[in-house]
Structure formats: structure tokens, C-alpha cells
Design a binder for this molecule. Structure first.
Ligand code: ALA
Length: 481
């Protein structure tokens, strides 16, 4: 089943249950506490909090999302993507646990020829929040094997955006991929065998001051008992398409094939190369979608996230042995896939491409200038470590700072390149040097400002520096005469 078909089935199912189909909002988060839209519920926060009246109490959407918290996991696990699509059904004070659980079970287990996804019932597992007996009993009523239900605490089964806003206990649905992917024992035993596909949040609390998942402050109950659910489209796609991970699904894999062509290497031949192929496929798509929503590379905020994604793709291609420019080849392949679901990508693609190609060219210049210096620093670190009998070679903070300051090498890049060779970076001393530089810059700016302000007095100062001829008495006396 193609990814777009999986998405279509979801919204069609919920539309039949009286939900209003809402378009995806922009990736640029309307919520000021996050840079990007990180979940399907983000555009609905004012409705969930009861601040605004929703167009309908029942809504469904396929929302574009970006999360970069786990960027280092991309390509290494089966399921981490920086861009992903979240299917969701939302109830704003309409139905609650009973219907939410029923709909999820029904859609997942209904046969494919009847509009469902056709998952086998005995492959499904759920986790529920600590004291949520009601959810457990509802699952049992639907037909869920009681042995396939596990109880988890605040950390796993109380959902918030990570910032102030709505939140609540949740129940998560998993698919068992089979014993070849990990030990028995349900989601708490193996993350690679039991894949979380859908989270149903009983979102009837307001939280603020979220310090960590277990250290958050519940302001109180919301006026409405809401439902917010999120199903990972790419995850369901890889399971239904019989693939090993999200990167091999129909919307993403063509970029890997193009990268194979450019590199002359084969996906599946070498585990380290495979991670690089997947990073490229993920990051190129994310960069495309982020630029499609109007973000351009820069040194801060969203623009910096985008810049990192572009740079990491280029680096991964370099590691695959590709020295030529890659975005002119990879970006159109990703766009050809993604515009099937997001036709609006087409209108800005010429400009988006130009931006990406320009960014690549600039980054290649940076790489050319800094790479040799870093290579020398890495060799030196290895030599020093072996001479001193240290286990972990480390590039000094000073060298990392010079690379940053003189060659425009961001610390993340230095760290990544060093890490690929088993070498660390003295991050602490790098940060100290950065702080000192900031201090110096501030002092300079202050001085400059004063000079500008005071320059008008320069002539006066010069005049004052000369010995002053005392003429007072003379003048006095002359005035007196
Ligand atoms: N908001 C919930 C999540 O993102 C559904 O997992």
C-alpha cells in the first residue's frame, strides 16, 4: 500500500465518523514554544485549550512535522525521521476514551479490502498510563489480548509538547515485527521488535514549566475532555510495505537509489554506508519540505536546522565517495515523490533549488578550506594520544575554535568528522574560547561605540592637551581700562 493511500484511508475513515478533514498546517510552528510543528495537534492547541472555537468538534488531518531532537539516531534505527507525517483524529470535548480506542482498533484491524489496514490482532500491543484502568478495560472489550497490554509511567505515557500547553495520559499502540527482530516481552522488552505506530492522548490537562518528562507542573484540568492522536505515517508504511525501515518506503527510497547511482555503491552492502544512504534520504526530504514552507538557510533558529540538514547530507554523500555536487541530483528526486502529496511544492521549486544549490556551493568552499586543517588536527590528536597512552584521542578546543573562527567550520561539523574517526573534541575548552571571544567582541563594540560618540570632541581634546596660555589677568586688566 503506497504511503499516500495509507494517509487517504486514515482521513477517509475519520471523515466517515463525522470528522472534518483539515489541511496540513505549515512546518513553521504557529506555537511560539517550538521552532517547527512537531505533532499533528500543534495547529489545534488553541482549540484544545478552549481558547478558540474549533470549526468542528471532530477533526482529522495528515500533518507535516519536523523533529530534530533525535537527529543522531537518523539512519541508525528503523524509525527516526527528521521530517515525518502524523495522521491524527481530534475530539474537542466531543468523544473521549471509548470512541478513540474503538476507532483505532477498528481502522487497524479491518481488512484492507474494507478500507482498513488489515493488521493481525495478535500482532498488536498497547501500553497504558499507570492508573488508567478504564483504558485497559476498553482495550479488552475491543478484543485486545490482555497479555499484550503493558503499564508504563509518566515518562512514557503522559504526553506533552515539551512546553506549556495541553497534555495528558496516553495509550500507545505497537506492532510486533516478530521474533527475528528482538526478544519476546512486549514494548518494554524491545524497541526494535515492537514498533510504536499510534499514540492516543487523553488530553484533558494543562501543563506548564515542563522541565522533563517526569518533572512537569500540571496547572489543572481543561474544561474539555479532548482526544489528540498521532499515527506515524512512515512507520505504518514500512510495516505495510514489508520493508525494514522508514527509509525504504516508496516516498523516501528513490533518493537512496539516486545516491547509489551517484556513488556507485550499493545500499545493503555495508552497514556504515547504509546509515549514510538513509541519512541522505531523510535529510534531503526534510530540507525540501522545510524550504517548501519558506525557510531559508541561516545561522540561527529554523534556518540553522535547515543548514545543518543540507550540510549533513553533503557530508554523508562525501563519505559515500561522491565529490561532485549532489543537491542538483537528489533534490528533484525527492520533489518528484513528495509533490504527489504536496502539489504546492512545484510552484516554489525553482527558487528552492537555487537556494539549495547555492548553499551547497558555499558549504563546499568551507569544507575545502577547513578539511585539511582538521585532518591534521585529527592525526595530531591520534599521535598525542598514542604517545601519552590515552585511550581517547581528542582535538583540542583551540583547534576547534580556530576552525570555527577562521574557516567557518561549525563545532557540530568538527565533532561529526572527528567522531567518524574515533576522535573526540574538547567541547568544554571550545565553549570557553567562544565565551571569551564573545566577551572580547562585546568590549570592542563598546569601545567602538564610545569612539564614535566621542570623536566629535577630538579637536577639543587636542586643544586641551596643549598647555593653556593664561591670559586672564591681561584680559581682566584690559577690560578694566
Ligand atoms: N500528540 C501526540 C503525539 O505526538 C499524539 O504523539
Amino acid at each position: 500500500m503506497r504511503t499516500s493511500e495509507i494517509a487517504k484511508r486514515f482521513v477517509t475513515y475519520f471523515e466517515k465518523q463525522g470528522h472534518l478533514v483539515m489541511p496540513s498546517a505549515s512546518l513553521i510552528s504557529p506555537n511560539p514554544t517550538t521552532l517547527f510543528t512537531i505533532a499533528g495537534m500543534v495547529p489545534f492547541i488553541p482549540y484544545l485549550l478552549g481558547e478558540q472555537t474549533p470549526p468542528s468538534r471532530r477533526m482529522t488531518s495528515n500533518q507535516k512535522c519536523v523533529r530534530t531532537l533525535d537527529i543522531d539516531e537518523v539512519g541508525k534505527t528503523t524509525r527516526h525521521g527528521t521530517f515525518f507525517q502524523m495522521l491524527g483524529n481530534f475530539s474537542i470535548g466531543d468523544y473521549f476514551k471509548k470512541e478513540a480506542i474503538h476507532y483505532a482498533w477498528d481502522l487497524l484491524t479491518s481488512p484492507q479490502d474494507q478500507g482498513g489496514y488489515g493488521f493481525e490482532k495478535d500482532k498488536l500491543w498497547v501500553t497504558t498510563y499507570t492508573d488508567d484502568e478504564e483504558a485497559r478495560s476498553l482495550w479488552k472489550t475491543e478484543g485486545m489480548d490482555p497479555e499484550h497490554m503493558q503499564v508504563l509511567g509518566m515518562e512514557d505515557n503522559f504526553w506533552t509538547t515539551g512546553g506549556p500547553g495541553p497534555g495528558g495520559p496516553c495509550t500507545e499502540i505497537y506492532v510486533d515485527r516478530g521474533p527475528e527482530y528482538g526478544p519476546d516481552g512486549g514494548p518494554i522488552a524491545s524497541e526494535s521488535r515492537y514498533i510504536e505506530i499510534w499514540d492516543l492522548v487523553f488530553e484533558n490537562f494543562e501543563v506548564d514549566n515542563v522541565k522533563s518528562k517526569t518533572n512537569l507542573h500540571i496547572v489543572g484540568e481543561l474544561a474539555n475532555k479532548n482526544i489528540d492522536t498521532g499515527m506515524g505515517l512512515e512507520r505504518v508504511a514500512y510495516l505495510l510495505q514489508g520493508k525494514q525501515n522508514i527509509y525504504e518506503t516508496d516516498e523516501i527510497f528513490p533518493v537512496i537509489e539516486e545516491a547509489e547511482r551517484l556513488s556507485g555503491r550499493k545500499y545493503g552492502d555495508d552497514p556504515e554506508d547504509d546509515v549514510r544512504f538513509r541519512v541522505v534520504a531523510d535529510h534531503v526530504r526534510s530540507a525540501l519540505m522545510i524550504m517548501g514552507d519558506g525557510v531559508r538557510p541561516s545561522n540561527e533558529g529554523r534556518g540553522y536546522v535547515l543548514r545543518r540538514l543540507i550540510r549533513r547530507s553533503i557530508r554523508a554523500m562525501k563519505m559515500l565517495g561522491v565529490e561532485q555536487e549532489v543537491f542538483p541530483h537528489l533534490l528533484p528526486v525527492s520533489e518528484a515523490q513528495m509533490k504527489l502529496s504536496y502539489p504546492e511544492l512545484e510552484s516554489s521549486f525553482a527558487e528552492v533549488s537555487e537556494t539549495a544549490f547555492g548553499e551547497e556551493a558555499a558549504f563546499r568552499r568551507t569544507l575545502d578550506q577547513g578539511s585539511t586543517i582538521l585532518d591534521v588536527a585529527i592525526s595530531q590528536a591520534k599521535k598525542d594520544a598514542s604517545e601519552k597512552g590515552q585511550e581517547q584521542p581528542v582535538v583540542s578546543g583551540k583547534e576547534a575554535f580556530t576552525l570555527h573562527d577562521t574557516y567557518g567550520f561549525p563545532i557540530e561539523l568538527t565533532t561529526e568528522i572527528a567522531r567518524e574517526q574515533g576522535v573526540g573534541v574538547d567541547d568544554r575548552s571550545f565553549r570557553e574560547l567562544m565565551a571569551e571571544q564573545k566577551q572580547r567582541a562585546r568590549a570592542d563594540a563598546l569601545k567602538k561605540r564610545h569612539n564614535v560618540d566621542l570623536s566629535v570632541y577630538d579637536d577639543a581634546k587636542k586643544a586641551l592637551a596643549k598647555p593653556i596660555e593664561f591670559t586672564g589677568y591681561k584680559e581682566f586688566s584690559s577690560r578694566g581700562t
